[in-house]
Structure formats: structure tokens, C-alpha cells
Design a binder for this molecule. Structure first.
Ligand SMILES: Nc1ncnc2c1ncn2[C@@H]1O[C@H](COP(=O)(O)OP(=O)(O)OP(=O)(O)O)[C@@H](O)[C@H]1O
Length: 296
């Protein structure tokens, strides 16, 4: 369906500042791709602002996120459960939402055309503690590493920053106790390294945590990594990166529409790679087909 108008939300900080550097070129290309369609170009000024800008977009419009998963996440939160549709021009570091939607390998020119185009598809929409998400929720170790990275020395960037944070978390590793429930039934109980509740197959920039997940099956794919020692973590990480972790006896898989994830303490979590306020309980569910996304 043709959107009534198009609002483009650019995050100048995304892709380590690439969107900001490319902004004049991107804006010119967007105007060309929009042709006669009414187009509004907005830049976020600060983290979180994308939610509000997207919320103000007109009824029935297309809201296009130009940036990475964080930008897409904010736009999704702003348009969830409305009649607005999402366009994505993936210029981030991770781009797992774009990967899920089959957009990440398009040329820039093609991805602009697709993001502004009329073809859309219904995607399942996630919800964690009342807030929408698109691709992933991760709770535990991976979120702790992301949290630690916020306070890592500023001279460390990219992979060295990640490795520094990973070993800092590993040094103090003390697993929380997890109870995972669905429909009143306990599915897992015990110490847990991490849990992932996924719409997408990947998170963290292509890590295939739930290779069987689909954003069109009306279900969340859930993975729990149970009790792992420090050495055990170092053993499972390379398997995880290669998508070879599923046969491991302490890795458990579930699927369903709604889960309660309860920890014995506040445990860090992220949604689409964006850190959430740490809680001890996360209610996670899926709304089948609730998000319309522009696709090739
Ligand atoms: N004007 C801004 N200045 C600084 N940060 C911003 C601004 N607008 C948004 N942000 C924040 O920038 C962060 C990074 O954005 P985003 O995730 O889109 O890019 P990325 O990190 O390069 O990509 P990915 O998440 O795919 O790895 C988000 O947490 C978002 O809230």
C-alpha cells in the first residue's frame, strides 16, 4: 500500500558517525528516490529521541530509520501498534534487523528505493516489559558485557573494547538463578549464563544465536545457556559465533508466544542491542504479524 507520507529519521551517530558524515549525500539521494511523495527528513539530536520523532509521524505514513539496530529499535517503539509502516536503510555496525528482513546486502541506492517503496510485509513484533522490539532480547552475560563496555577505557574501540569488557565480566562471573516459565509451566530452572528471546536468527552483528528463528512464524525462539564455568564460557563462545552451539548439553531451546523470565537478582538485558534498565523479571511476548516493514 502507498504510504500517505514519508518521515525519514537519520541517526548521525550510527555506523560510528558514518550517517552524519554521509548526511548531505543521503538526503539528496532520499529526495531523488521519493520523487513526488511528501518527504520529511529529521535528524536525532540524542539517544532515545527517535522514539518521539517516530511517534509524531502522520497516521498511515512510512517511517524510515537510517542507521543501525538502535535507530530501528527506537523507530519501532515509536510506531508499534499503529498503522505506520517501517522502512530501514541499514547503516549501522550490526544491522541484525536488516539481516532479518533481507535488507542488509542491498546497495545503498536499492535500499533507499525499498525503504521508500510500496511493497511491505507483516513481521512479528516483540514486546519486553511493555516496550516493543524488532529482532532480539538478550539477558545475562551478553548484556553484562555490553554494559561493561560503557565504562571501558576510552582509548579502546571496536573489538579490543569488546574483549576487554568480556574478560572483565568473565573475571567476576557469578551466574544468576533463572526460572523460565510459559503458560504457568516451568521450562527451565537453574543457574544461567544467558537467555535470548528472539524474533531474528542473529544478534550482536550476525551471531546466529537461534538459527531456527523466523519473524513470520508468530513465535519467539528462546535459547537458554545454563551453568557454564569461566573456562566453559571460553569454550562455548567460538561455537556460538559459528552457530554450532545447539547440540551442547547445557544449551536449551524453546519456542512459544509468551514467556516470563525471572532471575534471583536484577540482571542486565538488551533489546535489539539497546541496553534496558536491569530488572529481575522480564515478560516477553510476540505479536504475530503486527509490524509492517518495507521489503524488496
Ligand atoms: N544524535 C545522537 N547522538 C548520539 N547518539 C545517538 C543520537 N541519536 C541516536 N543515538 C544513539 O546512537 C546509538 C547507536 O545507534 P545505532 O544502533 O543505530 O547504530 P550502530 O550502533 O552503529 O549500529 P548497530 O546497533 O546496528 O550496531 C543508539 O543507542 C541511539 O540511541
Amino acid at each position: 500500500m502507498t504510504p500517505s507520507s514519508i518521515t525519514v529519521i537519520l541517526n548521525p551517530a550510527a555506523g560510528r558517525g558514518r550517517v552524519g558524515r554521509m548526511a548531505p549525500q543521503l538526503e539528496a539521494a532520499l529526495r531523488r528516490a521519493a520523487g513526488e511523495k511528501p518527504l520529511k527528513l529529521l535528524h536525532t539530536q540524542a539517544p532515545g529521541e527517535g522514539v518521539f520523532l517516530a511517534r509524531e509521524a502522520p497516521v498511515g505514513s512510512r517511517v524510515v530509520a537510517v542507521g543501525g539496530d538502535g535507530t530501528v529499535h527506537e523507530v519501532i517503539r515509536g510506531i508499534a501498534h499503529s498503522d505506520r509502516s517501517l522502512g530501514v536503510v541499514p547503516i549501522g555496525s550490526g544491522n541484525d534487523f536488516a539481516r532479518m528482513a533481507g535488507l542488509h546486502e542491498l546497495s545503498l541506492e536499492r535500499s533507499l528505493k525499498v525503504a521508500l517503496g510500496d511493497k511491505t510485509q507483516a513481521f512479528d513484533l516483540g514486546e519486553v516489559n511493555g516496550e516493543a522490539f524488532g529482532a532480539s532480547v538478550g539477558i545475562g552475560f551478553d548484556a553484562q558485557v555490553a554494559h561493561k563496555a560503557l565504562s571501558a577505557p576510552t582509548f579502546l574501540r571496536g573489538m579490543p573494547r569488546y574483549l576487554y569488557s568480556l574478560f572483565a565480566v568473565l573475571r567476576e562471573l557469578k551466574l544468576p538463578e533463572l526460572v523460565l516459565e510459559a503458560e504457568g509451566k516451568v521450562l527451565f530452572q537453574g543457574p544461567a549464563l544467558l537467555s535470548a528471546l528472539m524474533n531474528a536468527r542473529t544478534y550482536g552483528g550476525g551471531i546466529p544465536i537461534t538459527p531456527g528463528a523466523s519473524p513470520h512464524d508468530g513465535l519467539l525462539s528462546v535459547l537458554v545457556a545454563g551453568e557454564f564455568s569461566k573456562i566453559g564460557v571460553l569454550g562455548i563462545l567460538p561455537r556460538l559465533l559459528a552457530g554450532k552451539h545447539l547440540g551442547h548439553p547445557r544449551v536449551h531451546e524453546f519456542s512459544g508466544r509468551s514467556f516470563t523470565v525471572r532471575y534471583d537478582r536484577a540482571t542486565p538485558a538488551h533489546a535489539d542491542g539497546e541496553l534496558l534498565q536491569a530488572q529481575s523479571t522480564y515478560e516477553v511476548r510476540i505479536h504475530p504479524g503486527a509490524l509492517r516493514v518495507a521489503v524488496p
